[in-house]
Design a protein around this ligand. Structure first.
Ligand code: BDR
Ligand code: CA
Length: 320
């Protein structure tokens, strides 16, 4: 039954859209949702994930909470100034109560058991800081073989959003991001800000979502604070649905056009911390790696049919 998927998330308004996109897609086998600190503290991201799944009528999807802080250095800022005090524009209480608790085994245990039980490789979509996924790969290297792709929303080519050079998810735990994107030999797709900002949707798109039915109405109702902050970023009335763009690629491989590049993550403690360094030089013009080692590459999403992508997400979020 379609793509087997696990989402690792820190909801977050765009995370809520991304979870709903997968949860409402009939061709996706959403095996589980794991949560991480990020936009708001772990307790809130976990409650929000449970409520979004309740909204989508998916009490069958297991949820487990993971890391409440980065691997090494504290996260200095959250993103409540973008997503609202509770991560959902202060409107999380308007969503249905989940009526259940997260799996007490925790995120890494849930990831391991879902991967081990899967009869075909599983796609993981981390759309928050990469702490849980770094812990998973560090502690359970045998599960690498069960992972089809890791489709990460993160990074910015030549600029950031939380600092001048760093994107929020990578900046929140650069050591974890480096472990996953640079040090591990697992196929990764990086979906950076450069593309997710180009996929931003306007108030007409949000109006269609709100008119589509009760789920669309409820999702649109989570956007006021997020919309207000994106008005300043975009210069017009709209929102970036960063995480939904990454999940679109996870569930519909190839919807984004990707190119292979070597990537590094700045883990220094200075102003460059959290920057994603994508080596855009043509292959023949790159430095060779140290000694005879050629740097490994990952897929970086560079383009898509923008209106096609917006229509794909709207169509799936509009299902009754
Ligand atoms: C990323 O940061 C978070 O605020 C969003 O949810 C998204 O995952 C965008 O930089
Ligand atoms: Ca997120």
């Amino acid at each position: 039954m379609g793509t087997k998927l696990i989402i690792d998330t820190d909801p977050g308004v765009d995370d809520a859209f991304a979870i709903a996109l997968a949860a409402l897609s009939e061709d996706v086998d959403l095996l589980g949702v794991t949560t991480v600190f990020g936009n708001v503290p772990l307790e809130s991201t976990t409650r929000n994930a449970l409520r979004v799944l309740a909204l989508c009528g998916r009490p069958d999807v297991p949820v487990a909470a993971g890391a409440d802080r980065p691997l090494v250095h504290p996260q200095r800022r959250r993103a409540a100034h973008i997503h609202g005090s509770d991560g959902l524009s202060g409107r999380s209480a308007a969503l249905p109560e989940a009526g259940r608790e997260p799996d007490p085994a925790g995120a890494v245990s849930l990831l391991v058991s879902l991967l081990e039980a899967a009869d075909e490789p599983v796609t993981i979509a981390p759309i928050g800081p990469l702490t849980n996924i770094a812990l998973l790969l560090a502690a359970h290297p045998r599960v690498r073989d069960k992972i089809a792709r890791i489709v990460v929303m993160g990074g910015g080519l030549g600029g950031g959003n939380i600092t001048a050079v760093a994107e929020f998810n990578i900046w929140s735990d650069p050591e974890a991001a480096r472990r996953v994107l640079v040090e591990e030999n697992v196929p990764c797709v990086l979906v950076p800000l450069n593309l997710t900002l180009r996929c931003a949707v306007d108030s007409a798109w949000l109006g269609k979502l709100a008119a589509a039915g009760p789920i669309g109405t409820a999702l649109n109702a989570l956007t006021p604070d997020y919309l207000a902050s994106y008005r300043k970023v975009l210069g017009w009335d709209g929102i970036a649905m960063h995480d939904a763009v990454a999940v679109a690629e996870a569930i519909s491989p190839g919807i984004l056009r990707t190119e292979s590049y070597p990537v590094e993550i700045d883990c220094t403690l200075g102003p460059g911390r959290g920057a994603t360094l994508v080596d855009l030089r043509p292959e023949g013009a790159r430095d060779e790696g140290e000694g005879d080692v050629t740097p490994s590459t990952i897929e970086v999403a560079v383009d898509t049919d923008l209106d096609g992508l917006r229509g794909f997400v709207l169509g799936r979020l509009s299902r009754p």
